[in-house]
Every structure is written in C-alpha cells, then in structure tokens.
Design a protein around this ligand. Sequence first.
Ligand code: UDP
Ligand code: MG
Length: 319
Amino acid sequence: MKSTIELSIIVPLYNEEESLPELVTWIDRVVKKMQISHEVILVDDGSTDTSWEVIKQLKTQFPKVQGLKFRRNYGKSAALFCGFEVAKGDVVITMDADLQDSPDEIPELYDMIATQEYDMVSGWKQKRYDPISKTVPSKFFNKTARIISGIKLHDFNCGLKAYDKEVVKNIEVYGEMHRYIPMLAKEAGFKKIGEKIVQHQERKYGTTKFGMSRFINGFLDLLSVSFITKFRKKPMHLFGALGTLILMIGFFAVVYLGANKLYYIYHEMRAPLITDNPVFYIALVLMIIGVQLFLAGFLAELVARDSTDRNHYQIDEKI
Ligand code: UDP
Ligand code: MG
C-alpha cells in the first residue's frame, strides 16, 4: 500500500523561538517547488521559551506543519524518535532548527533516497562554521566512529540527514544515540549509507544546546553503541573471549611459578618463596579478573536471553 505522503521533514527543537518562522517559511518555499506531498513535523523538546506558541501560530499559516510538544526536555534523540514514529512520508529528512542546516539541500537529499540509490544519506558539513572547540574534537570522534563502525562517513553527527521510511521505522534512537544513527542503521541491515556535502552556516539566533558534556557523553555513547551493535545478542563472545584470554595468561604464570619451584627442588637448591616472586601476584590478579569477566559474560547472557527483542530480526522482504 502506498502512503500518500512522499516527504516528511522532522525538526527537533529546544528553545529556538527566533529561528522557527524563518526556518518554516524557507522549508515551505523549497518544498513547494518540488511539488510533492509533504509534512513538516516540529518536535518541541520541552522548550521553556515561546517556541510552542510560535509553532501554533505557524500551523495556522502553514497547514503542512504538525507540532508535538514534550512536557519536559528529554533530548534530541527522544525528539527524533517521536518524530520518526509519527512520520508518514516515504522519505524522511531531519534537520536542526537553528538554521545551521540549509533547507535548500532538501530536493537533492530527497532524490538520493527516492531513487532507491541509498537507504540513508548523511550530510557532511565539509566547511563548518562552528568554534574550534567543537570542530577539532568532532574530527577525532568521526575518525574513531569510522574505524569502529567501518562506515565511511566524514560527519556522523550532522543534523541534516535523509532516510528511507524503512530505516526510521526499524531503528530505535534513545539516550544520546542521535550521534550514531548511521551505526544503528547499519546494525539493522541497511547497507546503502551515503553522504552528501552540505552547506553549513553559523548559528544565527540563540546558543548551542549541548555544552562541554557533549564530548564525554559522545565518547561513552560511542563505546555503548559499538558494543551493543556487535555483542547485544551474544555478550559472552566478548566477555568469554577476554575472560579466557586473561585466565590463560594467569594460568601459565602459575605453571611458570610451579616449574620454577620444582627446578630449585630438583637441583637441591634452596627455593625462594613463591610469594617473593612478583609473578605470583600478577597471576593472582589475572585469574581473578578472568573469572570476573566470565561471570559478567554469563550474567549478560541471562539478561539478553530475557530481553524482549532477543528474537527480533529485520525482515527485508516476504513474498
Ligand atoms: N535540540 C533538541 N533537544 C535538546 C538539545 C537540542 O531538540 O535537548 C535541538 C536543537 O534545538 C537544534 C538541534 O537539536 O535544533 C541541534 O542542536 P544545537 O544546534 O544546539 O547543536 P550543535 O549545532 O551545537 O551541535
Ligand atoms: Mg546547531
């Protein structure tokens, strides 16, 4: 069954009252020219300014606008998740509300998805207008994310992204995972992930909504997402392997200690105490850590076994 909406534009926003009228007018101008059916979903992430009033006003002016307001601020990922849930378009495009992303990119992004060339396209702010405190760590993050995920993207966290409907309906963004949506998409089996160089602007109104915590949280989320995408359904493969490795090293250290002692006894020399040998303590610690890792693996397996999506798989086609 073909849905009647061709394009959904989702904009997560938190205290962006000044930018909204300009943004919505601009989006409307661009999409009107494309002559496709569309909807603009503004997700107000619990703004404390007048953003919601502005949205209500805009809805009277632009009938394609839909609004959704959280009772409190949950974060960009939550806003995107809810936007994804209500989106009805065959192609879904997300963009930031602060006018840093240009709506002029919409037609090309739309085509890249609509022609089925890509499942997902991420914007790449090749020339960025952000302070250096943001661009330098971001380079490091992107490089790490590229290595860990094997996805060749330059800019994982660009707010401007386009998706096939199937992608957004089959991934679950939570926490602050919006930075790593390409990795979630890849885990869900969507292979055609591309990128498009996009124009970027300086923030015109207001200030950034992510402080320095973005770097710490971003890094922790990178670890979580890479762990989850690789081992969620088989945690023992990680903990078991590590545990075995460390236990083995510990075990060989013990064998060495024993052999050492026997050597002295065999040659009828006075053997030094095993506890005088630093290897003894290393062996002790290694064996304890090895067993701990093993146990962590078993516990994780128990949790995974009882998780509701233990048998949840992505089915591509059915005939
Ligand atoms: N945003 C949001 N909830 C939040 C923080 C941010 O919906 O808790 C929105 C924000 O309004 C903007 C987008 O996410 O539309 C990107 O935020 P921002 O421009 O502050 O991030 P930066 O460009 O500094 O990475
Ligand atoms: Mg911004």
